[in-house]
Design a protein around this ligand. Structure first.
Ligand SMILES: Nc1ncnc2c1ncn2[C@@H]1O[C@H](COP(=O)(O)OP(=O)(O)OP(=O)(O)O)[C@@H](O)[C@H]1O
Length: 742
């Protein structure tokens, strides 16, 4: 059963900063003892405000003390194969980054937890037995505006979180850099820190605008007992919670502040759900931060939380809230376990030991059977074990079985890959067919519409043709009427003109004969009367002619309209012809598409058949595999794990290669240093010998003293080359080489 362990919570107060000192030089807290702090509240009953943690660090506490008490135990656990997490939580500008990273990597006194831990890891590797081979990998990322950014490869800006049984919760595609000494880690830390989102706010000139995650994976393989284990160390510097009124955040800074506060609220909710004793659901998935921290909070990890606070009365409310957060988190129980892995040789060793044990027991059974036979008792049959010695000696050839399983698995993987491909093709084909069907129905609908429009147009054209014929007849008729009327009009006008001339003559005649006889006057009056009447008649006729002319003109107008309509008809005819052509090409296109759909359906059917046959083949393979698997004993499960391990080891061969390369480099360096040293010593020896000869010649009596002096100078000499830390336990340190991206 897994052991449960509470999260360890530490509380650290930083010194008052300049701004706070200007407001008040007093503290709003008092340090009651090493573990308890009280808040002298301006707003609440102070009696209630006492908080007890695993340790409380006052502003005077050194970086070294904080590391030794809070974090070192976690590194030790990681070296034993546990997962470890160290989290810094607190208000903005309360000292999280100072606690985790320190002020500078060059400042040994103010170095933070991360660089100190790195040094401890490599120290432990140097101190370890030389039968242990270590690999150390480093990843560095940040969660900014709910996106995971790789700080060692800035092209990766939105990484996804995944989970599986072997790896737990992990960030897919995150850069993992192999490192062999602390300097390499510091170089990468500097690169990553430069890529972090940091900005000026009213509360902190270098305020972290993201949560940063520093991950160190320490793998170790023991060549003596063949065991392997891996410890993961998460070092997390959270972004600080902030009151926008205090930080003066606006625009982009405000957006960041909202995101920071939101993800910290989800962190609070997760901690609440883990500790209230009622919640069945823990909302890890509500933010990227809590999802990444899933193993660290309530899972497989030894976790330490450091809450950082300001002692100033100006920040009292935030300090109380941070302390309450810490108290709540103290109640979280984790289930850490050693991440032990079985290597193939280890499993083989276990197997052969088990086989030896079985053989020993079988021999014992045989002896017991002999005793029973001698006593005349019958030997009961036992399923699975033959009563003869040959049967007992029958052994499994595990290597052969492993090879066979491997082959079957490879074939199965191929088949699965094939079937995936076919399924994918099927999906694509189905999508294409669906698309074609959609297009087909759209085209059919359009065709129907066109046909309807066409029929309506044809109907209209027929109607208009009848109308035009009628109008042409009327027009012809009216034209002849018009001609006649024009003739009459001209005749009438001619006679009117003649009569007008006659009237004028008469008037002149009358005016010349005014004094003639009354009979003539009377006659003339009669004639005038007659002429008048004639004139009236003619006027009437002219009026009638004018009316006829008007109606004729109207008719002509109508004719013009009809001609226009005829022209329209011509245009419609033309349009109709174009439409017909289009309709035909649409039909042709539709036909082509239908042919294509048929072809695709045939391909789909073929693919389906192929898929089914492959599926059948797959099932046969599976059956065969099952039969084989059934034949194997319980050890099969272990062998399967061993197979997985083999795969992992294959994947890790790259790492081994790098390690070997590094070792080679280290050895070459050492050899050349030694060669140089030998040369130097040889030179010295030659010089010394020459000196000795000289001295022997010059001072014959002190020759023995001279020799003593030379040998003592040789003894005092120190080797001049220096080596660095090794990745193999207990070996001298190896020189720093360029790290490798994996
Ligand atoms: N214990 C301490 N001793 C001396 N100086 C400290 C201490 N803690 C923090 N400081 C200083 O206070 C300032 C703010 O600290 P830091 O940047 O670590 O805060 P933070 O909590 O990480 O802020 P943010 O959440 O805004 O990133 C820095 O100048 C830092 O050097």
């Amino acid at each position: 059963m897994e052991d449960q362990a509470n999260i360890k919570v530490f509380c650290r107060f930083r010194p008052l900063n300049e701004k706070e000192l200007n407001i008040s030089q007093n503290f709003c807290v008092n340090f009651i003892n090493e573990k308890t702090v009280g808040v002298n509240s301006q707003y609440e009953n102070s009696e209630a405000l006492r908080f007890t943690f695993d340790q409380v660090f006052p502003p005077t506490a050194s970086q070294e003390k904080v590391y030794e008490i809070s974090a070192k135990q976690i590194v030790n656990a990681v070296m034993q194969g546990f997962n470890g997490t160290i989290l810094a939580y607190g208000q903005t500008s309360s000292g999280k980054t100072f606690t985790m990273s320190g002020s500078s990597l060059d400042d040994e006194v103010n170095m933070g937890i991360i660089p100190r831990m790195v040094t401890t890891v490599f120290d432990k590797i140097s101190e370890a037995e030389d039968c242990i081979e270590f690999s150390v990998k480093l990843s560095y990322c940040e969660i900014y505006l709910e996106k995971i950014k790789d700080l060692l490869d800035t092209s990766k800006t939105n990484l996804k979180i995944h989970e599986d049984r072997a790896r737990g919760v992990y960030i897919e595609g995150l850069t993992e850099q192999y490192v062999t000494c602390d300097e390499e880690v510091y170089d990468l830390m500097t690169i990553g820190t430069d890529n972090r989102e940091v900005a000026y706010t009213n509360m902190n000139a270098g305020s972290s605008r993201s949560h940063s995650l520093f991950l160190l994976t320490v793998g170790q393989t023991n060549s003596k007992d063949l065991s392997a284990k891996t410890g993961k160390l998460y070092l997390i510097d959270l972004a600080g919670s902030e009151k926008v009124s205090k930080t003066g955040a606006a625009g982009k800074r405000l957006e960041e502040a909202k995101n920071i506060n939101k993800s910290l609220t989800v962190l609070g909710q997760v901690i609440y759900s883990l500790t209230d004793g009622k919640s069945s659901h823990i909302p890890y998935r509500n933010s990227k931060l809590t999802r990444v921290l899933q193993d660290s909070l309530g899972g497989n990890s030894k976790t330490c939380l450091i809450v950082t606070c300001s002692p100033s009365p100006f920040n009292e409310a935030e300090t109380v809230s941070t302390l309450r957060f810490g108290i709540r988190a103290k109640a979280i129980k984790n289930k850490p376990k050693v991440n032990r892995e079985y290597t193939i040789p280890e499993l083989k060793l276990m197997l052969s030991k088990a086989q030896e044990e079985i053989d020993r027991k079988n021999k014992y059974i045989l002896r017991l059977e002999d005793v029973l036979k001698k006593n005349g008792s019958s030997i009961p049959e036992f399923d699975g074990i033959k009563n003869d010695e040959a049967g007992i000696k029958e052994k499994f050839d595990y290597d052969e079985v492993i090879a066979e399983i491997e082959e079957l698995r490879a074939r199965l993987a191929d088949e699965v890959e094939n079937s995936h491909q076919i399924t994918e093709e099927n999906k694509q084909n189905s999508a294409k067919i669906q698309e074609f069907n959609k297009e087909k129905s759209i085209i059919t609908y359009k065709c129907l519409q066109l046909q309807e429009t066409n029929t309506a147009i044809e109907q209209k054209v027929i109607e208009q043709e009848g109308l035009i014929e009628k109008l042409v007849l009327i027009k012809e008729h009216l034209e002849s009427d018009n001609q006649e009327l024009l003739k009459i009009k001209m005749t009438m006008e001619h006679s009117i003109n003649e009569k007008d001339l006659e009237i004028t003559d008469l008037k002149m005649h009358i005016s010349g004969n005014v004094k003639k006889t009354p009979e003539i006057v009377y006659e003339l009056r009669g004639q005038v009367q007659m002429e008048k009447e004639k004139n009236d008649e003619l006027n009437l006729k002219v009026k009638n002619l004018e009316a006829t002319l008007e109606s004729t003109l109207n008719l002509i107008k109508n004719d013009t309209k009809n001609i226009q309509e005829a022209l329209i008809k011509q245009a419609v005819e033309k349009e109709k012809a174009i439409w017909n052509e289009e309709r035909k090409s649409l039909y042709r296109d539709l036909k082509n598409r239908i042919n294509k759909v048929i072809e695709l359906e045939i391909t789909l059917d073929n693919a389906k058949e192929k898929y089914e046959s492959l599926e059948n083949a797959l099932t046969a393979g599976e059956k065969k595999l099952k039969q084989r698997v059934d034949l194997l004993s319980k050890n099969m499960e272990q062998l399967s794990t061993a197979y997985q391990q083999l795969l992992n080891e294959k994947a890790g061969s790259k790492v081994d290669l790098k390690v070997i390369e590094r070792k080679n480099l280290r050895l070459t360096d050492q050899v050349s240093s030694l060669q140089e040293e030998i040369k130097r010593l040889e030179l010295l020896q030659t010089i010394s010998e020459a000196k000795i000869k000289l001295l022997e010649e010059e001072i014959a009596i002190s020759s023995s003293a001279s020799r003593n002096s030379i040998s003592s100078s040789r003894l005092n000499r120190q080797p001049t080359f220096k080596c660095r830390k090794s990745i193999r336990g207990g070996l001298p340190m190896i020189p720093k080489t360029n790290s490798v991206l994996v």
